[in-house]
Design a protein around this ligand. Sequence first.
Ligand SMILES: [Zn+2]
Ligand SMILES: [Zn+2]
Length: 339
Amino acid sequence: MATEIEPTTEPRPQIELTGTDAIAKDIHVEQERLGKKRIPRPEGVNENSKILWSYVIPVAFFHLLIPLAFTSYFFSWWGVLFLPIGNYIFTSMGIGAGYHRLLTHRGYDCPKWFEYTLATLGVCSFQDSPARWVLVHRVHHQHSDHQPDPHTPHVSGYWSHMGWMFVDNTDLSKASAFDKYVRDLMRDKYYMWLQRGLNWVWVYVAHALVFLAAGFGLAFLLAPEGGVVRFAYQFFFWTVIMRTLYTWHVTWAINSAAHMWGYRNYETREDSRNNWLFALLTNGEGWHNNHHADPRSAQHGHRWWEFDMTYLTLSLLEKTGLVKNLVRPNNSALDRKTL
Ligand SMILES: [Zn+2]
Ligand SMILES: [Zn+2]
């Protein structure tokens, strides 16, 4: 069973306001809705907080490799074409269907082996262990765009996109936080093992080595004479390094862009938006206002044009019997929030 998360922070006091007070309140609400209200970093972060070098160094290192993509040695069109395929396999299935819609929100049921497969694809996206990712995201849903949301753009755009990962936020690292938010995952031997030490990182490294070996295997079959090493390096560079970078940024953009830019179908208590660009780039996660309005639903696209490839895949898998009890939008509850 997933940990039940209380839907909101404390209720706002209902005080009768008249005249200028009422206008001031309207301006405040409007500013808040438009995402202009600045809030400080979460209370679990302060000027003495540790910098998490274990996150800073790999993220910086991967970004420093980007210029190689523009060199004739590493550039390849088939490499570029692999990005949306890799994004579908690792981000949409691993992060979207696995970490997010299944492990965080329990939007459907499936056999354990399939759950572990999706979670492992998520690990191979190098976006933290399942338990920690789910913890951060459950805190986000509980406090979205209010203290102590771990990554709201009300702190800053950069903070919400990636800055929040680089400092130790005690709200997210205390044992009590794991106990409160992800007790369900910490009771599972596989997720517990991944959490221990750097095991989830070693899984990522192992998958990268498999891709490197596959690159050499394919190179012996396909590469022109004398081009085996270059082909293998190119294969590794695009299928692991560039794919990881691509999937990092499109996923991070849900925390940043999809809380700043886009349209809203529903009146929700945070500034989530439906951002069509990142919805397309993530195969559905960008319909983020819909998601905040109905977090359990595994279907994030609610209107006919809100294309949600991740949901369509789950829906197809439901027809095969692999996926069961796929949670769809709760229309009667959503009607009350419709703008
Ligand atoms: Zn959100
Ligand atoms: Zn969510």
